[in-house]
Design a protein around this ligand. Structure first.
Ligand code: ALG
Ligand code: ZN
Ligand code: ZN
Length: 326
């Protein structure tokens, strides 16, 4: 089957859904070309089929392909910000990283190395998870590329700054504590957004504050509203290199049931998309969307939400300096 693609500004875009039905063929993110069909990309979307770090429901290893399937309906123009991301930049689907499901340490090393390889030519990386364990090696790669510790905006119901589970240091509940310990985060500019739900104890919050995290709870989003929160976050981040990590369980289970550790009282997909759009122009060096567990999804709700979040993150990246300028 011939691939009829939209081409603009010399960038090879998605398969034209007015010529080839969008439900036909193998899925890539937003029907974009695969990286191996191109010389280079400004933005690469990569999957990490890994969920050996979960503490409750498994299945996020199938998340990236679920998001790709749900992303078939994305269109090339983003009217919310008046940007055509795939015309603005060359965006490509880099496929999945090959990670060892039986050895977390080896998997973490592989994610870090793959992320470094994919960004070697100046591409910005958007990763589809996988469970939240993978944020640690992705942050290691991002800070190595940036040449300095990075600012972090972490959307999640959970803190993910816990210490260990069953004695294990590398799990989906611990990546950001490890990242602080490793000195790869700029602790003047690290924030959680959407936090809620029961904790193990008050100490969880005390530890988190000691590491330097600011918290915008799900209730804060409700009471203060998106505008005020975006202004505060932008202020804190400034011109620092920024990594954005989106655990899809930041959304209320009504918006994202397909996830491993759901918590009631979450933000809406509209609120999340609005906050992300508010990050326009910040120096976004990398991002992930993790914890999509398709077995618990219904009617592709979670897949659709995650694909739109990924699309708006790609839109932000598409407006920033291109690969050859970096
Ligand atoms: N990163 C996610 N999604 N969840 C962490 C929850 C850890 C726990 O079971 O307490
Ligand atoms: Zn979470
Ligand atoms: Zn998480």
């Amino acid at each position: 089957m011939h691939e009829l693609r939209i081409e603009e500004n010399g960038n090879l875009g998605p398969i034209d859904s007015s010529r080839i039905p969008r439900y036909a063929g193998a899925a890539t993110f937003a029907r974009l070309p695969r990286l191996d069909q191109l010389e280079k990309a400004d933005v690469a979307v990569v999957g990490v089929p890994f969920d050996s770090g979960v503490s409750y429901r498994p299945g996020a290893r199938f998340g990236a392909n679920h998001v790709r399937e749900a992303s078939r309906l994305l269109r090339p123009y983003n009217p919310a910000v008046d940007v055509s991301p795939f015309a603005e930049a060359q965006v490509a689907d880099a496929g999945d990283m090959a990670v060892n499901p039986f050895n977390i340490h080896e998997a973490i090393e592989a994610v870090q190395q793959n992320a470094l390889d994919l960004t070697a030519g100046g591409a910005r990386l958007l990763t589809l998870g996988g469970d939240h364990t993978i944020a640690l090696p992705l942050l290691r790669a991002a800070s190595e590329r940036a040449g300095e510790p990075v600012a972090l905006l972490h959307f999640d119901a959970h803190l993910d700054t816990w210490d260990t589970y069953f004695g294990a240091e590398y799990t989906h509940g611990t990546p950001f504590r490890r990242a602080v310990e490793e000195g790869i985060l700029d602790t003047e500019a690290i924030s959680h957004v959407g936090t809620r739900g029961p904790l193990y104890g008050k100490k969880d919050l005390e530890d988190d504050r000691r590491f330097g995290f600011g918290i915008v709870t799900s209730s804060d989003v409700y009471h203060q509203g998106v505008r005020e929160i975006v202004a505060k976050l932008r202020d804190r981040i400034g011109s620092r290199p920024l990594y954005v990590s989106v655990d899809i369980d930041v959304l209320d289970p009504a918006h994202a049931p397909g996830t491993g550790t759901p918590e009631a009282g979450g933000i809406t997909s509209r609120e999340l998309l609005e906050i992300i759009r508010g990050l326009r122009g910040l120096n976004l060096v990398g991002a992930d969307v993790v914890e999509v567990a398709p077995a618990y999804d219904h009617a592709e709700l979670t897949g659709v939400a995650a694909s739109h979040v990924a699309y708006d993150l790609v839109t932000l990246m598409s407006e920033l300096p291109k690969a050859d300028a970096r």
